[in-house]
Design a protein around this ligand. Structure first.
Ligand code: KG4
Ligand code: ZN
Length: 339
């Protein structure tokens, strides 16, 4: 069973060919970072336009690399939400057109379900049930995954997503976009104890909150006075490295603690991380330490599978296809699409 996955939910145009929901034959991601960097964040209209330019070359490259002609595919799987509506429209309409023209069955996949099942593309996939922490630029959610298609949401962010907080703090520090990898790198040479930023544990709930942290970082920056633009590059300033490390320590503390509470409270012995922030070095290290201490199995997809990709869409699409799901030409993208 060979499925072509397509994801255009945000600012990456991606396509992948996956066999049996497990084996990646190709995975192509065309990043738009260079287009959005100068704006310090994603400009939705520019993202949609770039998807239109890139969708056909990216899909062609995915098919050619996999050496799978279009007509040999068993199905197409496309992400239909949640995400930026203009971006989603490009992938959905492309998939519907190709499916119709080549008589290929189509399945719609929720982007979060894709992230959740990225770990199934690794050599040793998790067994059910497991706790799934999805930490990305748009989401921070904790799910209890009973089986494929059967999920209980334990908690979600009440304001900013963790990745969004990374991106906003990086912008405040004058570091550029996307902020996550930049802060990840800088924090390694900073002092995580330099500033005692708040940890919003949101008592009696598995919910998250990161907007207070962002505000606390902003007031430290305003009080400290960073070098003006054009002077010392921010990454060479020890104050910036200390703020980055202290901010990251706060985010990681909360994420690790919440997962630990869920392990204890729900009695689940497997944890799966996914989403762009799960590529973070400190988060991976601290989660591993906690998992060892609690004697639970931890599944950390490789960094390329943590960030947006279409292999995860094909993997989740494989299960939906096997369950008999088929999308019609009325498949419409949704900016808000709960799991
Ligand atoms: O999963 P993803 O590629 O797209 C969404 O679905 O949002 O996640 C992108 C987010 C961005 O906010 C980016 O700054 C963050 O993931 N990110 C990281 C790292 N790599 C990407 N955050 C922290 N550390 C990283 N190494
Ligand atoms: Zn994502």
């Amino acid at each position: 069973m060979v499925i072509l996955g397509i994801d255009t939910s945000c600012d990456d145009t991606s396509s992948a060919v996956v066999a049996d929901g497990r084996r990646i034959l190709s995975s192509v991601v065309s990043s738009q970072t260079d287009i959005h960097r100068k704006y310090g964040g994603i400009v939705p209209e520019l993202a949609s336009r770039r998807h239109i330019e890139m969708i056909w070359p990216v899909v062609t490259e995915a098919l050619e690399t996999a050496r799978v002609p279009l007509d040999s595919l068993d199905a197409l799987a496309v992400c239909h939400g949640p995400g930026l509506i203009g971006s989603l429209l490009v992938g959905c309409n492309f998939a519907k057109a190709v499916g119709y023209a080549r008589k290929l069955p189509l399945v719609g996949v929720n982007h979060l379900e894709g992230h959740m099942f990225s770990a199934f593309l690794e050599e040793e996939p998790p067994e059910f049930p497991f706790l799934s922490l999805i930490v990305s630029g748009g989401h921070t959610s904790l799910y209890l995954v009973h089986a494929f298609g059967s999920y209980t949401e334990l908690g979600r962010t009440r304001d900013d997503a963790a990745g969004e907080a990374y991106d906003k703090v990086a912008k405040l520090l004058g570091l550029g976009y996307p902020g996550g990898p930049l802060i990840d790198r800088l924090a390694k040479s900073g002092n995580p104890g330099a500033f005692n930023f708040p940890r919003a544990y949101v008592p009696e709930s598995f919910d998250f909150s990161f907007s207070g942290l962002k505000t606390a970082v902003r007031s430290v920056i305003q009080g400290a006075g960073l070098p003006a633009a054009g002077q010392t590059p921010p990454e060479e300033t020890s104050l910036v490295r200390d703020i980055a490390a202290s901010f990251q320590a706060s985010v990681v503390d909360v994420l690790v603690r919440k997962v630990e509470w869920a392990i204890v409270g729900k009695g689940i012995r497997r944890v799966v991380l996914s989403g762009g922030v799960s590529a973070n070095g400190e988060l991976r290290k601290r989660m591993k330490e906690m998992a060892e201490e609690r004697e639970v199995e931890l599944f950390l997809p490789s960094p390329a599978l943590c960030t947006d990709n279409a292999a995860m869409i094909a993997a989740a699409g494989h299960h939906r296809f096997l369950a008999g799901e088929r999308a019609g030409l009325d498949l419409n993208p949704k900016a808000y699409l709960p799991l």
